[in-house]
Design a protein around this ligand. Structure first.
Ligand code: HEC
Length: 232
């Protein structure tokens, strides 16, 4: 009986102390359980802790003797977690494309860029699928500018007729990327490679292969190394 009583008092005391540890507010941050779960020890550039002295509230489990939350990369200059790009280099995306640096109004220069994606039946099929996803609401399945959304906003280009059939591939690519007039930019939604596939589909199928590669002669000698072209 005596033992049971002692045990229950002990139990209440332990529970009380544990619950008191859950309290937090004001100056008291409370005790953190497994702090390394919250304070990442990975090299995170946005939460980089440079101070290697400060220890956490609990005993550090680190083996290098540094502070609990220190998470800087000691192998990099200035302990940087995120290295700066190498000087005079340009980043490419995973497909090896350089960034498309032409501004929306630099359409003449952009029009000279050649389609880097090789034409094939698979590319046309994929281009058709993507066109169906991104372009039909306005331009319509056949490209005549008669999509359901097009009916409402009006003024949608009929890609199958008039001067539009003479547009170069680079021009269409640029319009998809940056938008034009009442058409919004789609660059953030469609990868460069997929944009070029859509261009193939528009040129070959919707426009029947007319002037497929008529890059504007006057601007072909422009520096096109700054736009999305694959590495190889
Ligand atoms: C929200 C409706 C909408 C969507 C979606 C849309 N367009 Fe357009 N598009 C327009 C309108 C409106 C114009 C006419 C723009 C102007 O000249 O003011 C246009 C014009 C164009 C032109 C002619 C550009 C020029 O130089 O006159 C091309 C080419 C074109 N769109 C291709 C596409 C392709 C390819 C897609 C799919 C990736 C697409 N559009 C998606 C509304 C849209």
């Amino acid at each position: 009986m005596k033992i049971a009583k002692t045990l229950s008092i002990l139990g209440i005391a332990v529970a009380g102390i544990s619950l008191a540890g859950c309290r937090a507010g004001g100056e008291n941050q409370g005790l953190e359980f497994a702090p390394q779960m919250y304070h990442s020890v990975a090299y995170e550039p946005l939460t980089q802790v440079m101070d290697s002295e400060t220890k956490g509230n609990l005993i550090s489990t680190r083996e290098d003797g540094k502070g609990e939350f220190f998470n800087s990369n000691i192998n990099n200059p200035h302990n940087m977690n995120m290295r700066e790009p190498v000087a005079n280099t340009v980043p490419r995306n995973k497909q090896g494309y350089l960034p498309h640096r032409y501004k929306a109004f630099e359409i003449e220069e952009a029009a000279a860029v050649k389609n880097p994606v090789k034409l094939s039946d698979e590319v046309l099929d994929e281009g058709k699928r993507l066109y169906g996803l991104y372009c039909t609401p306005c331009h319509g399945t056949g490209g005549a500018g008669d999509g359901k959304v097009g009916d409402i906003i009006g003024g949608v280009a009929n890609l199958t007729g008039g001067a539009y059939t003479g547009l170069s591939e680079g021009h269409i690519y640029h319009v998809i990327t940056k938008g034009k007039g009442r058409m919004g930019a789609h660059g953030s939604q469609i990868t460069p490679e997929n944009r070029w596939k859509i261009v193939h589909y528009v040129k070959q199928d919707l426009q029947g292969g007319q002037n497929a590669d008529n890059a504007v002669a006057a601007v072909v000698d422009q520096d096109v190394t700054q736009v999305e072209t694959p590495a190889n």
